[in-house]
Design a protein around this ligand. Structure first.
Ligand code: AMP
Length: 282
């Protein structure tokens, strides 16, 4: 596995892959890799000739009081995992390589970026859209792989790709969970054993709503209320949002008849965790 630290090195390595007529997949990550990330790498490996993974803790998507400086950085372990997955190129730049000090250009996906996590984390999706646009321009992948775990991010990036005519296919991979249901996340490392037990409530709330919907309930307000009643079992978990929205626009839906995204975000101990489930159209 080749490791590029600069944009020029990454471009040279990718030019060599292209010269060998290889199709290129991109898997953007912030590192602290777990099985969720590896599921994207495997999907990329199966779909394309060459796999490029990026590890970049992107400062512009963190708010001033968020965990940018504390975000887990486990570069050596990440390299070993990616090497074992036969990744062709790891691009791991520092912030100074990605952003000129006087950079003033951003990608703003209006409206969608102000919903769900974008409402709780102002500017977050501007940072995400901008860095992913930059990675698309650096790597020029045919396909790029993202997790359904970050459902709002998927909606923002789909709209960006459509509106700005990026020549890339977004592939969305299912949420990988721990055996007890907790969605895998780099931020799970922040959880104490007690927090780790409390965190299971996110999955329980979602599964409760999913089973009520499967049993015929359609009213979004009613479904959310029943989810909030389950959440009350864990008074230490501080809800950020629980919403039933259109998966493409992230706008609230009155009912789940035509399918819906049920998304939750909550603070558990020092971690802000997110999870979601899709309800199929009936
Ligand atoms: P991150 O490193 O948290 O920015 O995540 C990088 C990519 O991995 C994003 O596309 C995430 O949606 C995806 N991802 C993170 N956790 C999971 C998971 N548990 N299952 C599937 N994909 C995931």
């Amino acid at each position: 596995m080749q490791i590029a630290r600069t944009i020029a090195e990454a471009r040279a390595a990718i030019a060599a892959l292209r010269a060998a007529n290889k199709t290129v997949a991109l898997v953007p990550t912030m590192g602290a890799l777990h099985r969720g990330h590896l599921s994207l790498v495997r999907a990329a490996r199966a779909a394309c000739d060459a796999v490029v993974v990026t590890i970049f803790v992107n400062p512009t998507q963190f708010g001033p009081n968020e965990d940018f400086s504390k975000y887990p950085r486990t570069f050596d372990a990440d390299c070993a995992l990616l090497q074992a997955e036969n990744v062709d190129l790891l691009f791991a730049p520092q912030p100074g390589e990605m952003y000129a000090q006087d950079a003033t250009t951003v990608v703003e996906v209006e409206q969608i970026s102000a919903r769900l996590d974008g409402q709780s984390r102002p500017g977050h999706f501007r940072g995400v859209a901008t860095v992913v646009a930059k990675l698309f321009n650096i790597v020029a992948p045919g396909k790029a792989f993202f997790g359904q775990k970050d459902a709002a991010q998927v909606a923002v990036l789909r709209r960006m790709v459509r509106d700005l005519n990026f020549n890339v296919e977004l592939v969305v991979c299912p949420i990988v969970r721990e055996p007890d249901g907790l969605a895998m996340s780099s931020r799970n490392r922040y959880l104490s054993p007690q927090d780790r037990r409390s965190a299971l409530i996110l999955d329980r709330v979602l599964r409760h709503i999913q089973s009520r919907a499967a049993a015929g309930a359609i009213d979004a307000a009613e479904l959310i209320d029943s989810g909030l009643a389950v959440l009350a079992d864990e008074p230490d978990v501080r809800l950020d949002y629980l919403r039933i929205v259109d998966p493409d626009t992230l706008a609230d839906l009155p009912d789940v008849e035509r399918g819906a995204l049920v998304a939750i975000a909550a603070h558990v101990g020092p971690a802000r965790l997110i999870d979601n489930v899709l309800i199929p159209s009936r």
